[in-house]
Ligand binder design. Structure first.
Ligand SMILES: Cc1cc2nc3c(=O)[nH]c(=O)nc-3n(C[C@H](O)[C@H](O)[C@H](O)COP(=O)(O)OP(=O)(O)OC[C@H]3O[C@@H](n4cnc5c(N)ncnc54)[C@H](O)[C@@H]3O)c2cc1C
Ligand SMILES: NC(=O)C1=CN([C@@H]2O[C@H](COP(=O)(O)OP(=O)(O)OC[C@H]3O[C@@H](n4cnc5c(N)ncnc54)[C@H](OP(=O)(O)O)[C@@H]3O)[C@@H](O)[C@H]2O)C=CC1
Ligand SMILES: O=C(O)C(=O)Cc1c[nH]c2ccccc12
Length: 441
C-alpha cells in the first residue's frame, strides 16, 4: 500500500505541521537506479538509453545539474576547453566559445537530457542504499517532501519515503555534493555576512567592502577577481598554498598541452615543463604568498584530488596588490575582527568561505563494496588507479575519478556498457524461459 502514515512530527501552533509517510510497497524498477542527475548521472542514463536499457534517476533537487544551476557564481565558465568537457554521444554546438559559460553548459545539458529522453524523478533525496544479499537486489530509500496549504491556512509539509529496488545501483551523486565550511572560533561574534562560495553570485553587492575570502582554489581565486572587478577589496586567506598555472600557454590551453605531453612523457616530467612555463609567464608565485605544493600540479591532482588553479585574471591582481594574501584564519575576534595564525588582526565587512566541497556517499551508501573511502572519495589501490568504476553486486561509481567532466564521461560509458550487457543477458534468459513455458503449454 502506498501513502501509509508512518509517523507524525508535532508542529507548534502557527508552524507548518510535518507528516512523514512511507510507501509500504517497494518499487521494483526496470533497469538500474542512478543516484544524481548531474553530468555523470545524465551521461550514464543517455548511454543506457542508446543501449535501449530502461533506468530510474533519483535527484534530490527540482531540476538537472543542481551544482551548475544553483550553486555556482554568475561569471563561471568551464576552465578546460570545450572538447574536454563534452559528455558522451553529443558535441557542444559549433557556435559555443572555447570556454563555454555556465549558461551555455546548462543549455547543453538540458538539450542532452531531452535528446536522450532522460526524465529524472526530482525532489527525491536518497537517504539509504543497502544491498539485500538474499534477494540479490539494492534497496534504495528516497525521501521527498511536498508542501500543501492545510484547511486552517497553515502549510503542512509531508515527507514521503519510498523504497526503490533494482539489481543495479549507479552512484553519481558527485564529488561536490555538500559544502565544506570549517568551524572557526568566535564565529558567533562576527556581525558581518558570512557565506560559502556556493551561494556567491557576483561582487556587485560588495562594492567598497573589505571581504575576506578563505581558500585559494579556483573558486577563491575567481571570486577575488570578481570582487576586484566590482570595486570591492578582497583579501585571500591561504593555508597551504596551491599551483597556479596560466589557463593558456603559447596560445593553446594548458590542459590540452598537458594531455598531449602525457602521451609521451611521464607525469613528473610534464609537471616540470608546466611549472617552467608557468614561471616564465607568471613569475615566482611564492614571492607573493602563494607557496607551491611539493608534488607537481598534475601529480597532486591525481594523488590528492587538489586542483591546480587555472588563472583567468586573478594573478595579475595579486601581483598588483589589489588582491591581498593573508595567512590562515585563527579566530573571529569581534563584530568585524578576524585574527590570523601569525597573530595579526584585521577588520572585514564580510567573509566568504571558498573552502570547497565533499561527497555525501558515506551518509547513505551502506554497502560500498570497497569503492569508496570513509570520506566518500574514490578508493584507489594505486594513486593512479582510476579504474575501479565497478564494485561487487551490481554497484557502479561514476564521476569520482577526480578528472572532471572528462573522467565522468569515461566512467559513464564503461558502467552503462557493463549494465547493458547484463540487462540484455537477463532479457534473453527471460525470452528463452517464456519460449520454453509456452512450448510446454
Ligand atoms: C564551481 C565548479 C566549477 C567546475 N568546473 C569544471 C570544469 O570546467 N570542467 C570540469 O571538467 N569539471 C568542473 N568541475 C567539476 C564538477 O565536479 C563537474 O563539472 C561535474 O559537475 C561533475 O558532475 P557529477 O554529475 O559527477 O556531479 P554533480 O554535478 O555534483 O551532480 C550530482 C547530482 O547528484 C545530486 N545528489 C547528490 N546527493 C544526492 C542524494 N543523496 N540523493 C539524490 N540526489 C543527490 C545533486 O543534487 C546533483 O544534481 C567544477 C566544479 C565546481 C564546483
Ligand atoms: N572555472 C572552473 O572550471 C572552476 C572549477 N572549480 C572546480 O571546483 C572544485 C572545487 O573548487 P573550490 O571550491 O575552489 O574548492 P577546492 O577544494 O579546490 O579549494 C578549497 C580551498 O579552501 C582551503 N580550505 C579548505 N578547508 C580549509 C580550512 N579548514 N581552513 C582554511 N582553508 C581551507 C583549501 O586549502 P588547503 O589546500 O590548505 O586545504 C583550498 O585552498 C575544484 O575541482 C575546482 O577545480 C571551481 C571553480 C571554478
Ligand atoms: O576543475 C577541476 O578541478 C576538474 O576536475 C577538471 C580537471 C581535471 N583534471 C585536471 C587537471 C588539471 C586541472 C583541471 C583538471
Amino acid at each position: 500500500m502506498q501513502g501509509q502514515v508512518a509517523g507524525d512530527d508535532a508542529g507548534g501552533a502557527g508552524s507548518p505541521s510535518r507528516r512523514r509517510e512511507s510507501s509500504a510497497a517497494a518499487r521494483l524498477v526496470r533497469g538500474p537506479i542512478i543516484v544524481g542527475a548531474g553530468p555523470s548521472g545524465l551521461a550514464v542514463a543517455a548511454t543506457l538509453s542508446r543501449h535501449a536499457v530502461p533506468f530510474t534517476v533519483l535527484e534530490r533537487s527540482d531540476g538537472i545539474a543542481d551544482l551548475w544551476t544553483n550553486r555556482t557564481y554568475d561569471r563561471l565558465r568551464l576552465h578546460l576547453p570545450k572538447v574536454f568537457c563534452e559528455l558522451p554521444h553529443a558535441r557542444f554546438p559549433a557556435d559555443f566559445p572555447t570556454y563555454p559559460t555556465k549558461h551555455d553548459f546548462l543549455r547543453y545539458l538540458r538539450s542532452y537530457a531531452a535528446r536522450f529522453a532522460v526524465a529524472p524523478l526530482f525532489g527525491r533525496t536518497v537517504t539509504c542504499a543497502r544491498y539485500d544479499a538474499e534477494a540479490s537486489l539494492w534497496r534504495v530509500t528516497a525521501v521527498s517532501s511536498s508542501s500543501t496549504a492545510a484547511g486552517g491556512g497553515a502549510a503542512a509539509e509531508t515527507t514521503t519515503e519510498t523504497e526503490y529496488v533494482s539489481p543495479w545501483l549507479v552512484v553519481a551523486s558527485g564529488e561536490n555534493a555538500e559544502v565544506v565550511v570549517p568551524t572557526v572560533k568566535g564565529r558567533e561574534r562576527f556581525g558581518g555576512e558570512v557565506l560559502h562560495s556556493s551561494t556567491y553570485r557576483s561582487g556587485e553587492r560588495f562594492k567598497g567592502m573589505r571581504v575576506l575570502v578563505v581558500g585559494c582554489g579556483n573558486s577563491g581565486m575567481e571570486m577575488c577577481l570578481d570582487l576586484c572587478e566590482h570595486g570591492a577589496m578582497p583579501f585571500m586567506s591561504v593555508r597551504s598554498g596551491v599551483h597556479v598555472l596560466p589557463r593558456e600557454m603559447f596560445g593553446a590551453s594548458t590542459f590540452g598541452i598537458a594531455m598531449k605531453l602525457l602521451r609521451w612523457l611521464p607525469i613528473k616530467m610534464v609537471d616540470r615543463l608546466l611549472l617552467l612555463v608557468a614561471r616564465m609567464v607568471l613569475g615566482d608565485t611564492e614571492k607573493h604568498g602563494l607557496r607551491r605544493p611539493k608534488l607537481g600540479p598534475l601529480e597532486i591532482k591525481n594523488v590528492t584530488g587538489k586542483s591546480p588553479v587555472l588563472d583567468v585574471g586573478a594573478w595579475s591582481f595579486i601581483k598588483s596588490g589589489n588582491i591581498k594574501i593573508v595567512p590562515e584564519v585563527e579566530s573571529f575576534t569581534g563584530s568585524n575582527g578576524v585574527r590570523f595564525v601569525n597573530g595579526d588582526e584585521m577588520a572585514f565587512d564580510s567573509v566568504i568561505f571558498a573552502t570547497g566541497y565533499r561527497s555525501n556517499v558515506p551518509c547513505w551508501l551502506k554497502d560500498d563494496g570497497e569503492l569508496f573511502t570513509e570520506d566518500g572519495k574514490a578508493k584507489a589501490e594505486q594513486p593512479s588507479d582510476d579504474d575501479r568504476w565497478r564494485g561487487p553486486n551490481g554497484l557502479y561509481r561514476v564521476g569520482f575519478s577526480g578528472q572532471g567532466l572528462l573522467g565522468a564521461g569515461a566512467d559513464a560509458l564503461r558502467a552503462a556498457a557493463d549494465i547493458a550487457g547484463r540487462w540484455q543477458a537477463e532479457v534473453a534468459a527471460a525470452v528463452a524461459g517464456a519460449k520454453v513455458s509456452s512450448a510446454s503449454v
